[in-house]
Design a protein around this ligand. Structure first.
Ligand SMILES: Nc1nc2c(ncn2[C@@H]2O[C@H](COP(=O)(O)OP(=O)(O)OP(=O)(O)O)[C@@H](O)[C@H]2O)c(=O)[nH]1
Ligand SMILES: [Mg+2]
Length: 609
C-alpha cells in the first residue's frame, strides 16, 4: 500500500487527487498554508518545514511523497534527496492519474505524449530509498529509464575517475534526449492521424447542420451525468463515476431540443482542474478540439463545492488558454450550476442568472457572490441554470437555454477548416465537401466498384474485355462531361482530372479497334479501386482509418508499380503490326498517366504535410 504526504494548497482537492490514484490510501500532512508559503528555490519548503516532513516520513515510511504544487526539477530533486523518496508534484500526479484512466489507444497516446514532455523537461534520477534502486514516478516504468546523466557521472566518478564518467554521462544524456525526441515525433505523427479523423468526422457532422454543443467544466462537476440525463443514455455508457478525470475520451450523443424538434450534438470531454498541466493540454489537442470547435459550451459547475468560484475561474482560464474566443465566452456559454441537491435548503431548480431573474430567487451564496462580481466586472454574463442531475431537476431548463441561444449561421462547407494545430503538429486538411462534391462522390461510389468488378472479371476471363472497355469508356465519358459542366464536383484541381479523363478516353480507343489490347487496359482499370477508396475515405468519416489504409495500400502498387510496368508490356505488343500513330497514342497516353500518378502522389503528400 502506498502512503502519500502532502502540503496544504487546497487541501480538499489535494486529498481527492491523491485518493484518485488507484491503490492509494493517502495520509496527509499539512506543512503550511498556501498563503504563507514563500517557496524556496531549492527545496520549495523552508528548512523547518522540510524537517517536519522528514520526521513524518521517518515515522510513517511512505513509498512516495506528493507535494500539491508545481515543482521545478531542482526542487523536486532536492526534496527527493532530503526525503529519500520519490516526490510527485501536482503535474506528475495528474499525469499519473490520467495514465491510470486511459483506456483507449487514443487516450494512451495523448497521456504518453504529455508524460514525455514532462519528463523531457526534467531528466532526473528518481531513487527509492527503501530499496536503493531507481524508482518510477509519474508514469510507471518509463520514468525510471530517464535519469540524469550528470548524476550518473558523479556517482560513477568514485570508481572510474571524473573525466571519463562525466563524458559518458553527457553522451547518455544526449542519448536519452534523442530517444525522447524520436518517440515524441512518433507520437505526434500518430496523434495527427487522430486529429485528422476527428476533423473529418466533425466536418461531416457540421454538414448535417446540427449545432455542436460541448460540455465542459471542472473535473467531477457532473458533466457525464448531464450528458447521460439529457441524451437518456445509461450512466455507465456516459462514463459517470465519482472520481476525478473519469472521462478522458470525447463521448458524443445526439439530443433533440423539445421546442423546435431540432437535433444538437452534445459532446462530453475531459474535465479541467486548476493548474492543469500544460503538457496535458497540448497533448490532448485532438480531444479538446471538440471544445474549441463547438458552437456552444455548457459549463457544468459543482455548486456544492466551497471552491466553486475558483473552479469556475480555472475553467475559464483553461478555455481562454485553448483559444476559445472572448466573444464565444460572452455569448456562447450556458452555466449549469449542478448538485443543487447538496446545498441544504437551497433553491429549486430553475434559471438563476437570466437577466430578469437576477435577485428574484434564493441563490446559494456562491452564486450570489459570482453575480455580484460579474456585475462589477461587466461583460461576461452567461445564461445560468441550476440543476440537480441526480434528482432529474433543471434538465428541461438546460435544453430551453440551449434552444434560446442563437446558433452561428452554418458556414459554407468549404469554409469549414480545422483550426490551428498544436505546436509541432501538422495541419489537418480542410474539408471541402460541397453538395456538388457529395453528389458526384455518391455517383462514383456506385460506378467505380462496378467498373472495378468488371475489370477484374475481364482479367479473370469471365467476361469479354471488349465489353469492359466499352463500359469503361461510358463511365469516363460520363464523368468527363460531368466535370466539364460542373467543375466544382471535385474538391480540387478539376482541370487536371478532366485532362486525365481525356487521356484515358484516348487510350481506350485503341482496344476498341484491337480487342487483344483489352487485357492491358483492364489492368489500367484496376486503378478505379484506388479511386473508390479515396472517395469512400472522404464520404465515410467513421471508417476513415480503414479506407485510408486501403487507399495507401493500393496507391503504391497500382499507381507507382503497375502503371510503369505496363509501358514495356504495351511496347512489346505494339511491335506486332500496329500503325505508328496507334503506337504513339498508346505509349503517349500511358506515359501521361504515369506522370499524372506521380503528380497525384506529390499532391497527396503536400496536402498531408
Ligand atoms: N449529489 C449530486 N451528485 C451528482 C449530481 N450530478 C452528478 N453527481 C455525481 O457526481 C459524480 C461525478 O459525476 P460525473 O458525471 O462522472 O462527473 P464529470 O464531471 O463527468 O467528472 P470527470 O469526467 O471525472 O471530470 C458522480 O458520482 C455523480 O453521481 C447532482 O446533481 N447531485
Ligand atoms: Mg466525466
Amino acid at each position: 500500500m502506498q502512503r502519500l504526504l502532502l502540503s496544504n494548497y487546497s487541501l480538499l482537492e489535494a486529498c481527492k487527487l491523491a485518493e484518485s490514484l488507484e491503490g492509494t490510501a493517502p495520509e496527509y500532512v499539512q506543512v503550511g498554508s498556501a498563503s504563507r508559503l514563500r517557496p524556496s528555490p531549492s527545496t520549495f519548503f523552508g528548512r523547518g518545514q522540510v524537517e517536519a516532513v522528514q520526521a513524518r516520513v521517518a515515522a510513517t515510511q511512505p513509498h512516495r511523497v506528493f507535494v500539491n504544487h508545481v515543482l521545478s526539477g531542482v526542487q523536486q530533486r532536492n526534496l527527493e534527496r532530503a526525503l529519500q523518496r520519490p516526490v510527485l508534484d501536482r503535474v506528475a500526479l495528474i499525469i499519473e492519474i490520467f495514465s491510470q484512466r486511459a483506456r483507449t489507444a487514443e487516450a494512451r497516446l495523448q497521456v504518453e505524449l504529455a508524460s514525455l514532455e514532462y519528463k523531457a523537461s526534467r531528466l532526473v534520477r528518481v531513487v527509492d530509498a527503501a530499496t536503493g534502486k531507481r524508482a518510477a514516478f509519474g508514469l510507471a516504468g518509463e520514468a525510471s529509464e530517464i535519469v540524469s546523466a550528470r548524476e550518473r557521472g558523479r556517482s560513477g566518478s568514485g570508481a572510474g575517475g571524473l573525466g571519463g564518467a562525466g563524458g559518458q554521462g553527457e553522451s547518455e544524456l544526449q542519448l536519452q534526449r534523442r530517444r525522447v525526441a524520436d518517440r515524441r515525433k512518433q507520437l505526434l505523427r500518430k496523434l495527427e492521424e487522430v486529429r485528422k479523423t476527428r476533423g473529418v468526422q466533425r466536418a461531416a457532422r457540421r454538414r448535417s447542420g446540427k449545432p455542436q454543443v460541448a460540455i465542459v467544466g471542472y473535473t467531477n462537476a457532473g458533466k457525464s451525468s448531464l450528458l447521460s440525463a439529457l441524451s437518456k443514455c445509461g450512466e455507465a455508457e456516459a462514463g459517470v463515476e465519482d472520481k476525478l478525470f473519469a472521462t478522458l475520451d470525447p463521448t458524443l450523443r445526439r439530443v433533440m431540443l423539445p421546442g423546435s424538434g431540432r437535433d444538437v450534438v452534445l459532446s462530453d470531454t475531459v474535465g479541467f482542474i486548476s493548474d492543469l498541466p500544460t503538457q496535458l493540454i497540448e497533448a490532448f489537442q485532438a480531444t479538446l478540439e471538440e471544445v474549441t470547435e463547438a458552437d456552444l459550451l455548457l459549463h457544468v459547475l459543482d455548486a456544492s463545492s466551497p471552491q466553486v468560484l475558483q473552479q469556475r475561474a480555472a475553467v475559464l482560464g483553461v478555455l481562454r488558454g485553448l483559444g476559445v474566443p472572448e466573444a464565444r465566452l460572452r455569448e456562447g456559454v450556458i452555466e449549469v450550476w449542478n448538485k443543487m441537491d447538496q446545498l441544504p435548503g437551497q433553491l429549486a431548480a430553475g434559471p438563476v442568472a437570466g437577466e430578469q431573474q437576477l435577485g428574484e430567487r434564493q441563490l446559494p451564496p456562491a452564486v450570489e457572490a459570482l453575480l455580484a462580481s460579474d456585475a462589477a466586472a461587466a461583460g461576461y454574463r452567461p445564461t445560468a441554470v441550476a440543476t440537480s442531475v441526480l434528482q432529474n431537476e433543471g434538465l428541461s431548463e438546460v435544453l430551453a437555454a440551449v434552444e434560446s441561444k442563437p446558433h452561428p449561421a452554418q458556414q459554407p462547407a468549404e469554409m469549414v477548416a480545422v483550426r490551428q494545430p498544436a505546436a509541432g503538429a501538422a495541419p489537418a486538411p480542410p474539408a471541402k465537401l460541397t453538395p456538388q462534391v457529395v453528389l458526384h462522390d455518391r455517383a462514383n461510389l456506385v460506378a467505380l466498384p462496378t467498373i472495378g468488378c468488371m475489370v477484374l472479371a475481364g482479367l479473370l476471363g469471365y467476361i469479354d474485355t471488349l465489353l469492359v472497355t466499352k463500359a469503361f469508356i461510358v463511365y469516363i465519358v460520363g464523368d468527363l462531361f460531368w466535370l466539364i459542366l460542373e467543375p466544382k464536383a471535385v474538391p480540387s484541381r478539376p482541370r487536371v482530372i478532366i485532362w486525365h479523363h481525356a487521356v484515358t478516353f484516348l487510350l481506350l480507343q485503341i482496344p476498341l479497334r484491337h480487342p487483344q489490347l483489352g487485357r492491358y487496359t483492364c489492368m489500367d482499370g484496376l486503378i478505379e479501386w484506388n479511386t473508390f477508396f479515396l472517395i469512400a475515405r472522404r464520404q465515410f468519416p467513421r471508417c476513415y482509418r480503414a479506407f485510408n489504409f486501403l487507399y495507401w495500400a493500393t496507391f503504391y502498387p497500382m499507381r507507382l508499380a503497375l502503371f510503369p510496368l505496363l509501358l514495356p508490356l504495351f511496347w512489346r505488343e505494339m511491335q506486332n503490326g500496329y500503325a505508328w500513330w496507334e503506337t504513339a497514342a498508346v505509349m503517349g497516353t500511358q506515359v501521361s498517366l504515369c506522370i499524372f500518378n506521380c503528380w497525384f502522389l506529390i499532391a497527396s503528400w503536400t496536402r498531408r504535410r
